[in-house]
Structure formats: C-alpha cells, structure tokens
Design a binder for this molecule. Structure first.
Ligand SMILES: O[C@H]1[C@H](O)[C@@H](O)[C@H](O)[C@@H](O)[C@H]1O
Length: 644
C-alpha cells in the first residue's frame, strides 16, 4: 500500500472514530437517525476524498463502516428480543384463538353459556393472578427462569387442551395457559428492556406487542381454517400453540439471564460476560459502571426494609411511576380494545356483510389491521417518543369511539319497526315477539331480527328467539336454517339492526384500530418496562400487568350487561368518556422516556410537574431524599426541566 493511501485510510478511520465518539456524546440530545445519517454521510465524504487512493483504503473504509453498524446494533440483541417476544405471540394466540374454538366446542361438548364464559374468562383471571405473583418470582429466580417457566406452562396447557375429553379438563387447560400468559406478559418486556441498548429499547419492547397482535391475527386465521373440519377442529386450534412454546423453551436454554438482574444479585463476572455478549464489540465498562453505581445507590435508598410494594409506595418517585404505569394499563383496557375486537364481526355485519361464514374471516381482517398498525408503532416509537405517540394515539382513539357510538346511535334511532308478528309455536319463549322495534329486539341477548329486503327498505320484519345452539339462526320460523332463509329471501340479524347508517360504525371501527394500535396498544407495556428503578422493576411490572388483566376481565365480562342497561351506543359513549379521562391523565403524568438510560428514569419522576399521588406529607420525605442524595435539585414548581 502506498504511503499516501495508508495515510488516507488512517485519516478515514480517525475521522470515523472521532465522529462515533461525538455521536455517542450527543446521543441523548439529538435525534438518533439524524446522527446516524450524518455519520454515514461523513463516511461517504471521507470515501470521496479517498477516491483516488488504492482499493486497500476502500476495504478499510468498508470494514470501518461494518464495524460501526455492528457496534450500534449487534445482532444478538435482536435474537434475544425475538425469542422473548414468542411469549407475546403466545399471549396473543391463546387469548385470540378461543372465540373460534368456542363456536365448535359449544356444539361438540354441549356447553352452557356459563361454561363458555368460564372457559374464556378463566384464562384472563389466571393471567391476572400469575402476573401479580410473577413480580416475586422475577426478583428471586431471575427473568430467564420465569420465561422458561412460562413456555413450559404454555406447552402443558396446549397439550391438556388438545387431549381434553370433558369440559372440566378444558377448564384446567385454560387455567394453565392463563398462568403462562400472566408470567410472560410481565417478564418479557422487562427482560427485553434490560438487555436492549437505550436507543433501541422502545423499538425492541414494542416488537413484543407486535408479536401479541401477530398472535391474535394468526389465531384468527387458524380459527378460520379449522372451522371447516367436521369434528375436533378445536383440538388443533388450541393445541397448535405448543409449537412456538417448545421453540421458545429450547431457545431460552441457550440465551442469557438479564445482565442487570445478575449485577443486582452480585454475579458480576457473569454479568460482564453477558453484557459483552449482547453489546457485540462495544466496550461495556461505562454501561457496567453506571448500572453498578445506580444499583449501589438504589440499595441505599430502597433498603429501608419492608415489602417492596410498601417501599415503592412511600418513596415519591417510585409511587408516581407506579401510578403512571398502572394508569396506562388501566386506560388501555378502559378504552375497550378487547370489546371492539370481539364485536368487530358484528360491527362489520351491521355495515352490510350478510354472509355468516364470512364473519369468522372478518375477525381476521380486524386482527390484521390491529397487527399492521402496531408495526407503525414499532417504527414511530423512537421517532416521536412515547409521550407524543401515546397522546396522539389516545386522541384518535377517543374520536373513533365517539364515531362508533354515533354509528350505533343513528342505527338505533332509525331502527326498523317490527312489521310481522308470527304466532309462537307452543312451548317457545315469547318475550321476543313482544318488541315492536329492532333496537329493542337487538338489546335482548335471547332475540334476533328476521327480515327481508325490498331494494333498500326492510319488509316483513320480526323479532324471534335466537337458536340456543347458535346465534347464527333463529329458534324457529323463516330464519331457522340457511336453506329456508335462501328459499324465502330472508336474512337474520343478531346483535345489530340493518339501517342505512350502519357504515358509520364501520368507519369508527377502522379509525379505532388505526389509532389505537400504534400507541395505546404497545406503549403501556413499553413504558412500564422502563420507568421503575431495578429494585422496584419486577414488582412495578407485576402490579401494572395485574391491573391490565383485571380491567380486561372487567370490561369483557360487563360489556353485554352495560349494553343492556345503556344500549350499545351508551356503552361506546362510556368508553369514549373513559378515554377522555385517560387523555387528561396521560397529558399530566407521562414523561418522555425515549433515549434515557434505565438508570436515569427515576429522575423523571422526581419532578413535581407530574403531581400524581403527591401529598404534603411526602414533601418531608422527599426533601430528606434529595438531601441524602446530595443533589442540588430545587423544589420549585418550575423545576420540571427533565420531564419534557
Ligand atoms: O397491548 C395489547 C394489544 O393491544 C392487544 O390487541 C390486546 O388484546 C391486549 O389486551 C393489549 O394488552
């Protein structure tokens, strides 16, 4: 190599390394991508200077660029995140698959409404309990054993369900699966957040929610495909989840424990090894020291004795973080995502889709929309940041809820009258035939609306009891089976009324998913994985995940009753009201966590801008805390600089 060429090459490398150092220093103040782009642009301009030099200089430059890319995003961290996020996939699959499986199960096992409800909600109830218990397990055993345990529970649950001969065994299997979901839902985001570098953390944790919604979409497709089997289709639907669970179990046998948990437990050598493994060729000293120092400091602060939850509650920064974390999870569920997903087929049918066979595939379309817009969230989280993304998402979701409610309101107001009252066959429930409008008929879960269409107007309409075996047809009369309906040109509407305004609800549904999925879907999980100091992280996530599951059960179990008392539009107006309160809460309390190190998060909750949960009696403890920390923060109301 000529001397000039080697000088040029050295110059290129030096410029690159200077720029890299500069970039690291500016990482917290500047947009990540802008920094990367300028760095690569500089590398390109250096390459231009070198254009006359030899091929060797070009090779060096390429090697430097490759090195830089490896330094910024070592592949191993993606492997760790994807294997962990299989837990999210199973969470989504197992919560999503049950609606399709139930259609087949209730016929084959002759399940009463109570048993159907039990099989759905037992999983969510068990998830709530195990998410709460997962806090202690994570703290004592570590993140890796908890993920291994969750994959074993998923596998065992799938095997029990696929082989079940009676409903009691099915219930047992659903509980086991629920226990797995709860542990996975609280451990996976924490594990990913603790392994990820700060500039990628939001994106990698959000990938877990992408896997949740991906699991729900896949479940809807599987439901559709196996619903054509004459018998035992549900065994495949419920048993299939064993495959990703086994894959995750074996994958995790080779993956490491979270470095932060290892440092906390004093396993420093192992922690250093893991940190170098997941950071690729980067030097880890700075990161290691900052974790270690903050753990030492935390131990001084948090080590006052008593259960962790008590210590979190009496210490203002962790109490505020806990209120923000639990509040986010509560409002995610109060905004009604699972009701909207569950009733999407009805909403789509309202908008004029008449074919019953299509309903199951329509749920897949909804799940796909949820999934694809979560992908948008993965992209936006490191660009807009958590706060803007959540606020924007919830604003759109609130508007969509109003549109949905309006759609149902208009449909109820122009609800077609009952024009034909057939005589009840003897021994049949006759309540339905007493209603004189479709809007009343649809609110009674035992009745449906049978009608004909003459152009755009509804004729020959009756309110008739629903078939106890399937809501797809009536118990008797013109809508009692497909062939008779076809012959007489009649249609069956259960849960909705055919009107010319029904499309408004469809617009509301699409708007809802488009806005909810990128922000309110993933951000509660992402933010919770990062806002607590290490000593409080497992407990904080256990509590907030528990809140998520408890409100999930509450909203899904009460929807039908709420709709009965308040009508459908009333129920959606109620969710819109909850979403408005959520907006005020998030606006007042959620700080931006983008780009911060996990060890820096605590300072975000020291500020009094977020007044959630602060009281005068805290002030004394807080001042004492500041004094002990030797910090020179001031308690002025304007001291909110690090919140925004
Ligand atoms: O973040 C997820 C996601 O939005 C899912 O679609 C929903 O079913 C879950 O309840 C939620 O926690």
């Amino acid at each position: 190599m000529s001397r000039k060429a080697s000088d040029n090459a050295e110059y290129t490398l030096r410029s690159l390394s200077n720029l890299m150092g500069e970039k690291k220093r500016r990482k917290q103040q500047q947009e990540e991508t802008a920094g990367e782009r300028s760095l690569i642009a500089s590398a390109e301009s250096c390459a231009t200077i070198n254009s006359q030099s030899t091929a060797a200089a070009g090779d060096l430059e390429r090697a430097a660029r490759k090195q830089f890319q490896q330094d910024v995003t070592p592949t191993f961290v993606y492997v760790v995140s994807v294997f962990s996020a299989l837990g999210g996939f199973l969470f989504g699959y197992d919560t999503g698959v049950v609606s399709g499986a139930m259609l087949l199960l209730k016929r084959e096992m002759n399940l009463s409404a109570l048993w159907q409800e039990l099989l759905v909600s037992s999983t969510v109830g068990a998830a709530a309990l195990s998410a709460l218990a997962g806090g202690g397990l994570n703290g004592v055993l570590g993140r890796r054993p908890c993920i291994l345990m969750a994959s074993l529970l998923f596998t065992a649950g799938a095997a029990i369900l696929a082989a079940a001969r009676d409903k009691e065994t099915l219930l047992g299997g659903r509980v086991v699966v629920g226990l797995g979901i709860g542990i996975a839902s609280m451990t996976v985001p924490v594990y990913i957040a603790e392994s990820a570098p700060p500039h990628l953390r939001g994106r990698l944790v959000t990938i877990n929610t992408l896997f949740i919604t991906g699991g729900q979409f896949f479940a809807a497709m599987v439901d559709g495909a196996f619903s054509y089997l004459p018998r035992d289709g549900w065994r495949y639907m419920l048993g299939l989840s064993a495959a990703p669970a086994v894959l995750q179990f074996f994958g995790f046998l080779f993956l490491p424990e979270s470095p932060r948990w290892l440092i906390q437990k004093g396993q420093t050598q192992k922690a250093r090894r893991v940190l170098s493994q997941i950071r690729g060729n980067q030097t880890i000293d700075e990161e290691y020291d900052s974790i270690k120092n903050s753990i030492d400091e935390e131990e001084k602060e948090g080590g006052t004795g008593g259960p962790i939850i008590y210590r979190m509650l009496i210490y203002p920064p962790t109490r505020r973080a806990l209120i923000v974390g639990c509040g986010l999870q509560m409002f995610q569920q109060l905004a009604g995502i699972n009701t909207v997903m569950y009733y999407s087929a009805t909403i789509l049918q309202m908008s004029g889709v008449d074919d019953d066979r299509l309903a199951i595939w329509l749920s897949a379309v909804t799940a796909f929309t949820n999934f694809s817009f979560t992908l948008l969230g993965v992209w936006l989280v490191e660009k807009l940041g958590r706060r803007k993304l959540t606020l924007g998402s919830l604003t759109g979701t609130t508007v969509a809820l109003f549109v949905l409610a309006l759609g149902f309101l208009l449909s109820a107001q122009v609800s077609p009258p009952v024009t034909f009252t057939p005589g009840d066959p003897s021994g049949q429930n006759s309540t339905c035939t007493k209603y004189s409008y479709c809007s009343k008929c649809m609110l009674d879960p035992n009745c449906g609306f049978c009608f004909k269409k003459n152009g755009s107007s509804i004729v020959d309409s009756s309110c008739i009891p629903v078939n106890p075996e399937s809501t797809d047809r009536s118990a008797w009369g013109r809508c009692m089976n497909e062939s008779r309906s076809k012959a007489e040109g009649s249609m069956w509407a259960y849960n909705y009324c055919p009107t010319s305004y029904s499309w408004t609800a469809l617009v509301g549904l699409i708007l809802y998913l488009v806005f909810f999925a990128p922000g309110m879907g993933p951000m509660p999980w992402t933010v919770n994985s990062e806002i607590y100091p290490l000593w409080a992280r497992s407990t904080g996530n256990a509590c907030s995940s528990g809140v998520n599951w408890i409100f999930n059960v509450l909203i899904s179990l009460t929807f039908l009753h709420t709709a009965e008392y308040l009508t459908y539009y009333g129920a959606f107006f109620l969710y819109a009201g909850f979403a408005c309160v959520g907006l005020i809460f998030i606006y007042g309390c959620l700080p931006e966590t983008k780009g911060k190190k996990l060890e820096e998060m605590e300072s975000l909750f020291e500020s009094r801008l977020c007044t959630c949960g602060a009281s005068d009696s805290d002030e004394g403890r807080y001042i004492e805390y500041i004094r002990v920390k030797g910090s020179n923060y001031h308690l002025s109301d304007n001291d909110a600089s690090d919140v925004e």
